[in-house]
Design a protein around this ligand. Structure first.
Ligand SMILES: Cc1cc2nc3c(=O)[nH]c(=O)nc-3n(C[C@H](O)[C@H](O)[C@H](O)COP(=O)(O)OP(=O)(O)OC[C@H]3O[C@@H](n4cnc5c(N)ncnc54)[C@H](O)[C@@H]3O)c2cc1C
Length: 521
C-alpha cells in the first residue's frame, strides 16, 4: 500500500516497535545495547511533547508549557476538563487526569460495573510522561511463579527506569509518617513486606532539582545515540502485517500526510498500552482466544489525614510548595501487598489538601497525608475488552467495548481495604475525610492482562514467557497487558521487567538470524 508520495519511513527494518511508552522503549534500549547494527523504528501515534522525547512533563518548568504538553497528549480527548486530585474526583464527574483521555463510550454495559474512567495517553513517552513513578516490586501471589529470573529482571527494570528510594529523604515528616505506619502494620510481616520508602523513578540532578523518569530515561543515550534507531511520532500503526512466516512488518498511517505505508520488518513489538495492544492485534486478524480477556484493574480507595500533634515548625523551614500534587516537600511511603491483605498502599505527603480547608488554616508542607490502597482483582475470563468489526474509534481503529464486573470476593477485599485505610489514616494523623472514598473503576490507570503471558498455548494466554504471541513468529507484545497475575502494586516496573526478558529473547533471535545469513554467503 506504499504511496507514491515521499515517505519519512524506511521500507525495510529489522524491528518495528509500536508505542513509545516505557515498555516499547525497553525493547529499543536492550536491543541498542545488545545487538548494535540492528535497524529499528518506533512508531508513536501521538506527538512529541517534551525534550528529550519521552521526558516527563513534570520536568517542564514553565507551567503554561507543561499544561500545553499535557493537552497535546490527550488525543481525541484534548480540550475536555481534566481532574488532578482524588478530592475533585469525588464530584462524580467522569473526567480524565491531565495528559490522559477517557474511552468515549463502550466503557460499561447494563448490569456490569464497567471501567468508567478507563484512560489512555497519546504522546511520545505514553503515560510515563505523566505518571507518578512509583515502582514497587510484586510480592506473594502478585509474582509470576513461572519466571525464575523475575528478580534479576526487576533489577534490570530498576536500572532502565532510573529507580531510586532516597529522593525525598529530606522531606518533612516522612520519617514520622513511616514510623507511624510501621507501628500499625509491621508486626508479623516479613522484612520485604514491611513499611518502607516507595521506590520511585526519579533522581536528583547535581543542582538538587528533581528529574522524573519518562521513556527518555528508558531509551537513554544508548538508544538516542544509536544511528540505527529512529522514532516517528504522529504515526498510527493500523495493522501488523503477517505472512506465512509470521510477523512481516506494519502498516502505518502518517498522521501528518494521511498516507498509509507499509514497513517490512523481521520482528514487530506491539507496546501500545493494555487497551490498544489487543486492539491492534484484533485489527490485524490476530485473534487468539484469550485476546482482551482477564482484563483487570486495581480498584482504589483513598483517604486523607493531617499531622497536627507535633511541632509543625519543622515543615515550614522548607521552601514553598511547587505546583502539582507531589513536589520537593513530598515523601512517598509504601505499605506492601501481602496475600492476607491483598492491597498495596501508596502513602503520599501532599502540599494541597484533597478537601477544602479554612482560609485561616495554612497547610504546613508535608503535613497532609494522602493514603491510597490499590486492590488486587479476582481474575475472571469474562472480564474483557472486545472490539467491533463495524464501528471505529476516533483513530479509525476497531471500537472498544469493555465488560467488567467486581465479584463478591472483590467487594469483600474492598470492604477490608476501606477498613484498613481508615485505620492507617488514624495511625498517621487526624483523618480529614469522614470516610474512605472508592474511586471510579479505571482510576488506577493500571489495566492488565489483555495479552497475558502463559506457559502453554492453552487458550488462557496470548503470549509465551518471552512475550512472543502464540502462533505468530516474530510478534512480541509488551505492557501491563502481558502481566498474567492480579497485581495490586503499581505495575510498570513489572511490565518493563517482562519487556527486558522479551527483548533479550529477540536479541538472541536476531543474532542467530544474522549468523545463519552469514553462513549462507
Ligand atoms: C497520572 C498517572 C500516574 C501513574 N502512576 C503510576 C505509578 O506511580 N506507577 C506505575 O507503575 N504506573 C503508573 N501509571 C501507569 C504507567 O504510566 C503505565 O503503566 C505505563 O506508562 C505503561 O507503559 P506502556 O509502555 O505499556 O504503555 P504507555 O505508556 O501507555 O504507552 C503506549 C503508547 O502506545 C501508543 N500507541 C497506542 N496505539 C498505537 C498505535 N496503533 N500506533 C502507534 N502508537 C500507538 C500510545 O499513544 C502510547 O504513547 C500512571 C499513569 C498515569 C497517567
Amino acid at each position: 500500500m506504499s504511496s507514491a508520495v515521499a515517505t519519512r519511513y524506511p521500507e525495510v527494518v529489522d524491528v518495528a516497535i509500536v508505542g513509545s511508552g516505557p515498555t516499547g522503549s525497553a525493547y529499543a534500549r536492550i536491543l541498542s545495547e545488545e545487538v548494535p547494527g540492528v535497524t529499528m523504528v518506533m512508531f508513536e501515534v501521538g506527538p512529541t511533547v517534551s525534550d528529550p522525547p519521552g521526558a516527563h512533563v513534570k520536568n517542564i518548568e514553565d507551567p503554561d508549557a507543561r499544561a500545553a504538553a499535557q493537552r497535546a497528549s490527550e488525543g481525541p480527548g484534548a480540550g475536555a476538563a481534566t481532574v488532578n486530585s482524588p478530592g475533585a474526583v469525588k464530584s462524580g464527574e467522569r473526567r480524565a487526569r491531565p495528559g490522559t483521555f477517557l474511552l468515549e463510550d463502550g466503557y460499561a454495559f447494563p448490569g456490569e460495573d464497567g471501567l468508567p474512567v478507563a484512560a489512555m495517553s497519546s504522546n511520545v513517552g505514553g503515560m510515563s510522561a505523566h505518571w507518578t513513578g512509583a515502582c514497587p516490586r510484586p510480592g506473594g501471589r502478585e509474582r509470576i511463579r513461572f519466571l525464575p529470573d523475575l528478580d534479576e529482571l526487576l533489577d534490570e527494570a530498576d536500572r532502565l527506569l532510573g529507580v531510586t528510594a532516597d529522593a525525598f529523604d529530606g522531606a518533612p515528616f516522612t520519617g514520622l509518617v513511616r514510623e507511624r505506619l510501621a507501628a500499625a502494620v509491621d508486626d508479623g510481616r516479613e522484612p520485604a513486606a514491611r513499611v518502607q520508602r516507595m521506590p520511585l523513578a526519579v533522581h536528583r540532578r547535581p543542582d538538587g532539582r528533581l528529574v522524573w523518569s519518562g521513556s527518555d530515561v528508558v531509551l537513554g543515550d544508548e538508544t538516542r545515540g544509536n544511528p540505527d534507531f529512529h522514532l516517528y511520532d504522529e504515526s498510527l500503526v493500523t495493522r501488523v502485517l503477517v505472512d506465512g512466516d509470521g510477523a512481516a512488518g506494519v502498516a502505518v498511517r502518517d498522521l501528518r500526510t494521511g498516507e498509509t505505508h507499509e514497513v517490512r520488518a523481521r520482528a514487530v513489538v506491539v507496546a501500545a498500552d493494555a487497551l490498544r495492544t489487543p486492539q491492534l492485534l484484533w485489527a490485524s486478524g490476530i485473534r487468539p482466544d484469550a485476546l482482551g480477556r482477564y482484563l483487570n484493574d486495581q480498584t482504589q480507595v483513598v483517604y486523607a489525614a493531617r499531622i497536627r500533634d507535633v511541632d509543625l515548625g519543622e515543615g515550614t523551614e522548607h521552601a514553598a510548595p511547587a505546583e502539582g500534587g507531589l513536589s520537593e516537600q513530598s515523601g512517598v511511603s509504601w505499605v506492601p501487598y501481602t496475600d492476607e491483605l491483598p492491597f498495596h498502599g501508596q502513602i503520599m505527603q501532599l502540599d494541597a489538601s484533597p478537601i477544602p480547608l479554612a482560609d485561616d488554616d495554612p497547610i504546613v508542607p508535608g503535613s497532609i497525608v494522602g493514603l491510597g490502597l490499590f486492590c488486587a482483582k479476582d481474575l475472571q475470563r469474562e472480564d474483557r475488552i472486545e472490539f467491533s468489526d463495524d464501528e471505529v474509534d476516533a483513530y479509525g481503529m476497531p471500537a472498544m467495548r469493555i465488560h467488567y464486573r467486581l465479584t463478591d470476593r472483590d467487594h469483600e477485599v474492598l470492604d477490608r481495604a476501606r477498613e484498613e485505610i481508615a485505620r492507617l489514616g488514624a495511625a498517621v494523623g487526624e483523618p480529614l475525610d469522614p470516610r474512605p472514598f472508592t474511586m471510579p473503576l479505571g482510576a488506577s490507570l493500571h489495566y492488565q492482562g489483555t495479552t497475558r503471558m502463559g506457559e502453554a498455548n492453552d487458550g488462557e494466554s496470548v503470549c509465551n514467557v518471552d512475550s512472543k504471541v502464540w502462533g505468530v513468529p516474530g510478534l512480541f507484545v509488551a505492557g501491563n497487558n502481558v502481566i498474567p497475575t492480579a497485581t495490586a502494586c503499581n505495575p510498570t516496573l513489572t511490565s518493563v521487567a517482562l519487556a527486558v526478558r522479551g527483548a533479550r529473547r529477540l536479541a538472541g533471535e536476531l543474532v542467530a538470524d544474522l549468523a545463519s545469513v552469514e553462513k549462507e554467503h
